[in-house]
Design a binder for this molecule. Sequence first.
Ligand code: NAD
Length: 493
Amino acid sequence: MPELKKYQMFIDGQWVDSDTKKTFETLNPENNKPWAIVPEASANDVDRAVKAAQKAFEGEWPKMLARDRAKYLRAIGNKLRENSELLGKIETIDTGKLYRETYQQAKYIAEYYDYYAGLADKVEGTVLPIDKPNIQAITTRIPIGVIAAIIPWNSQMFLTATKVAPALAMGNTVVIKCSELAPATMFEFAKLVEETGIPKGVVNVVSGFGDPCGKALTTHNLVEKVAFTGGPETARHIIRNSAENLSEVSLELGGKSPVAVFDDAKQENAINGITAGIFGASGQSCIAGSRLYLQKGIYNEFLDKLASRAEKIKIGAPMDSDTEMGPLSNFKQLEVIEKNIKLTVEQGGKIKCGGKRHPFSNEGYYFPPTIIECENHNLPAAENELFGPVLSVMKFDTEKEVIELMNDNQYGLSSGVYTSDLARGMRVSNAIRAGITFVNTYRLISPSAPFGGIKDSGYGKEAGIDSIKDYTRVKTTWFYTSDEPSLDPFSIR
Ligand code: NAD
């Protein structure tokens, strides 16, 4: 058996093991074999990381000119571009996500660092129209302090950038907690951050489990904000934890995103968009379009075409350039998916394609593209987030009906509409209770596009121009402008 790759945590500019020397293995989803060994952070390790970040926050970093901090962000972006092949490869081994996506994403994510580098010196304060004589009052935007960035295993480069880039731009310091299911990419990222010469302690990376690592971080009294991406159950822990340190919390959670196809949609375009939305990244995307509503005039014809497209998807090794779907990222995912499909079929769901483990599954966690016809969207596969390549399909008649159906779910992250009638596209978009709507397209991200949901999909937007302000607090400063002594000390004015 080949020797396991060894990683260390990045704390205060040093590469360290856990103080307990505890480690855990991370598995390659392609073959279910361990390939790397990483430290398991104790509460003490987390304390060290947070204190290092706090020391850095009390040092030069927040006092630096914004445009000088921006140079470090641009340097991080350049490192991502130069090392996108390495980052892509490591993420692919650790998560099973296709190399053709991880490598391109590492490169593209550089744009987020550039974007926030550009914004760093453009966040302005205000002069208040104050209602008092001899007083001038202003507001400025100040950094918050130590930010805990809690990252899941999927789309790590993206979900790190949307937190770390605005946080650093505004002068905060960060402790990143990587997912125990796929931690390696974050260590490779930390190596690149180190190479930029950023002051030590500004960026720290710890690896461990929800408890003690995640818990110690999100309850730590020096942590001022927790930027979390993950599942709703963990989010509930995070909110409870934040009662301990009164930290601000932002939550990017799951979704069960609905997509409607009207009779007048351009079908080839819709099939491509739906395929990208649910079978891209094997459906392991928080914005996966996993509930499909087809208007009754095209139902049979469209479903047949979609299923035949799905059956042609090439399943294979995630490093191969012609593979279109690789393995799921972990065994738990496979079990959750199978359980929900079984229950759905028992309750009347009809499998149109897929539905059973792929022959490759004996080795890795492969599951084929699956389409299930559902009489109603309260069947388990149509209602729950499965985080896999499983599309539940329902029929609808009118625009009003489909809007009601699309909104009838606890989540509100993404949504999609396919129609040739743009007025209808706009009406449906306005009526959908979701943070994102794609009209005649799907699965796009951009540094300038706010990303995040409503309802049980969480709160607080990431990316976009406004999210930089979420990494600041407003400070009000009052100036007394008279040379005369101030008046009555016993009366508030
Ligand atoms: P998860 O909630 O299991 O874990 C997320 C992170 O939280 C991990 O680093 C984990 O170790 C940590 N954690 C666990 N318990 C904790 C605790 N008590 N205190 C602090 N931290 C703790 O999620 P996952 O399985 O890694 O990711 C999948 C979920 O993430 C899905 O629900 C998916 O929809 C969601 N997701 C959302 C977005 C988005 O932007 N909205 C993006 C990607 C993934």
